[in-house]
Design a protein around this ligand. Structure first.
Ligand SMILES: [Zn+2]
Length: 294
């Protein structure tokens, strides 16, 4: 991974973000205003948040993919006007797919640095938040990429980024519901909640899980994707991914680089172990996909 600045989507302080009023916060720059309007109309909203939409929703619903930029010589152009740098290989990026720039009649995705996209997308609104999809073994087929490239490990998020992106989306969603007075029930069973938030802890006791969660996913959630790192039953200060990184405003690279740059002095062997584990990309379950296809 290189060391150029790259905001992490999950590292946005959700409370701050959800409380920000877009029209006040973003009018400092003409580029940003125009890009914000263009993005709003691209997803079928009125250009101005106070107006009703008269836009015809595009036939395909644009999604905001959080992914890792694949190998390329010069990277990809960031679509935010005025952004001086390309999105380079290995950086997290947002792919708006389909994008609104078309080449030769074909709509291709629009790529952004994560921090650039945060300038124009208003994640305090469900219309934006709901479109955020982390590119993982579970979702990649919706993104129309070459299978061989994905199976070589391109585009897919590492385990830490996957957990953080999903947790960030969930947390902001809850804040939006709370702000709007929408009552939501936590639909996750206690067993599943434990698996999602306590796996990796010495105190975690696996329970019976719903059948719709495959053994493959169970295995990943309790190992590679586990948010806790523990030194064992005596450990009173287990390492927790969400405590460490979820509400941190960061402009650094992936988890490993962030750990190196910002926390080197205070990193314990346990934290290093956790960061290395979460830096692994959980690959698609090719074996069972293959078996299903037989
Ligand atoms: Zn940019």
């Amino acid at each position: 991974m290189d060391s150029s600045p790259n905001g992490h989507p999950a590292a946005v302080p959700s409370e701050v973000k959800a409380a920000t009023v877009p029209s006040e916060a973003k009018e400092e720059n003409e580029h940003i205003v125009l890009a914000t309007k263009a993005l709003r109309s691209h997803i079928g909203l009125a250009e101005n948040p106070t107006e009703k939409s008269s836009a015809t929703p595009s036939s395909a619903t644009p999604l905001f993919w959080v992914e890792v930029a694949p190998e390329s010589t010069r990277g990809a152009k960031c679509r935010l006007d005025g952004c001086p740098t390309n999105v380079m290989p290995g950086q997290y990026r947002i792919a708006v797919n389909p994008g609104y720039h078309s080449f030769g009649g074909r709509q291709s995705p629009d790529y952004y640095h994560v921090h650039c996209f945060e300038e124009i997308a208003d994640f305090s609104q469900a219309d934006f938040l709901d479109r955020v999809v982390p590119l993982t073994r579970r979702t990649w087929r919706l993104r129309n990429l070459q299978s061989s490239s994905v199976l070589d490990g391109n585009y897919l998020l590492d385990a830490g980024a996957e957990r953080l992106t999903l947790e960030w989306k969930l947390s902001v969603g809850k804040l939006i519901d709370k702000r709007d007075g929408v009552e939501t029930k936590d639909e996750m069973s206690a067993a599943l909640t434990d698996l999602f938030y306590k796996a990796g802890s010495s105190k975690y006791v696996p329970q019976e899980l719903p059948d719709n969660l495959s053994m493959f996913e169970r295995g990943l959630l309790s190992s590679t994707l586990a948010p806790i790192e523990s030194d064992g039953p005596e450990d009173m200060e287990e390492w927790n991914l969400f405590d460490e990184y979820l509400v941190v405003l960061a402009t650094s690279n992936n988890l490993t680089d962030k750990g190196k740059e910002q926390k080197e002095a205070e990193l314990t062997p346990k934290a290093i172990r956790a960061i290395q584990r979460l830096n692994v990309i959980p690959m698609p379950d090719i074996q069972s996909a293959f078996l299903r296809g037989l």
